[in-house]
Design a protein around this ligand. Sequence first.
Ligand SMILES: *Cc1c(COP(=O)(O)O)cnc(C)c1O
Length: 397
Amino acid sequence: MYNNFKDFLQTELGSIESAGLFKRERVITTAQQAAIKVSTGQEVLNFCANNYLGLSNSPVLIKAAKEALDTRGFGMSSVRFICGTQDLHLELEKKISEFFGTEDAILYAACFDANGGVFEPLLGEEDAIISDALNHASIIDGVRLCKAQRYRYANANMDELENCLKLAQAQRFRLIVTDGVFSMDGNVPPLDRIYELASKYNAMIMVDESHSAGVVGNTGRGATELYNLKGKIEIITGTLGKAFGGAIGGFTTGKKEIIAMLRQRSRPYLFSNSIPPMVAASGIAMFDMMSKTNELQDKLHANTAYFTKKMLAAGFDIKPTQSAICAVMLYDAKLSQEFAAKMLEEGIYVTGFYFPVVPKDQARIRVQISAGHEPEHLDKAVAAFIKVGKELGVIKG
Ligand SMILES: *Cc1c(COP(=O)(O)O)cnc(C)c1O
């Protein structure tokens, strides 16, 4: 029975490989942090984790997790509504809505689930979802599960969005959906314009703050902070798996009736396990820390500004960024791979991206800055970029 299918898979895998698209996993043998060790024994500085606030190995979060492990056990063995809700889960949901200035919040196992379970319970055939073309895969999948009419506009293109909104007047309710930061360029959508258009054409807004929460805005409250829209956006989704400690967990936060409906009807919430107590407890400790100090956000912003300034001065072509994502443009797929490999030899771990992950001829190195980086880490990375950049003729030697 399996033979034909096995042949089929081997052929497919072979074609992924020959197209140069086969994903190999680098194995880390230390905790996730700025300086890591990989399985070859090499020590490298990590510039490709979503560990924006440097919390993945935070003593504060580890302590909170250990305490919860001792007092609340290992796992919940239940979905929330049967017997998977501890006081910790409710407390974390409250902290999330306090952080974003929203009315209520609901936890999921991951933001992939939050996005997968947000559309179908809220909207039907007679409604419209208007989505940015560069939205995350989980939004695309979530929209597919929903019967609403679909409209798509080019990344952050407000003329196209307006056009979609005009067409969508034929529907009952309209929801505009956008990432808070687009992960390949590091740009933030113009939420002020989106808000104006939503008001004009009677639409609601959903922002996925996965890459922006903890990062964007003076206090890291995300794209809604940057545009002074705190409390005005109907739906925000996000993850605990990036800036907020990097373990696992996602959430939807926003208007209380929306959250109430998700608790009744959202399938990944109703039919999937509750997050472990230790993850909830470390999330609470993390939001407590954020409510007391802005130290990590400030350090991240300073680090990002420092790195981009040095790179521009060195002559690199850097996409304007509003986040901790820095795209070093190379415009050539092969060059991007060669560049990343040489950076690794210099002890700097960065990733080269090319088509189809980014548009054709837009190949680049994506650098992700963290509050966990010290000035000497940033200097070492810039020095390596300059050395490799000269070697490969990207900047003038
Ligand atoms: C990473 C990411 C997700 C998925 O988050 P997980 O919690 O890891 O499932 C969803 N949306 C966006 C925009 C992301 O960047």
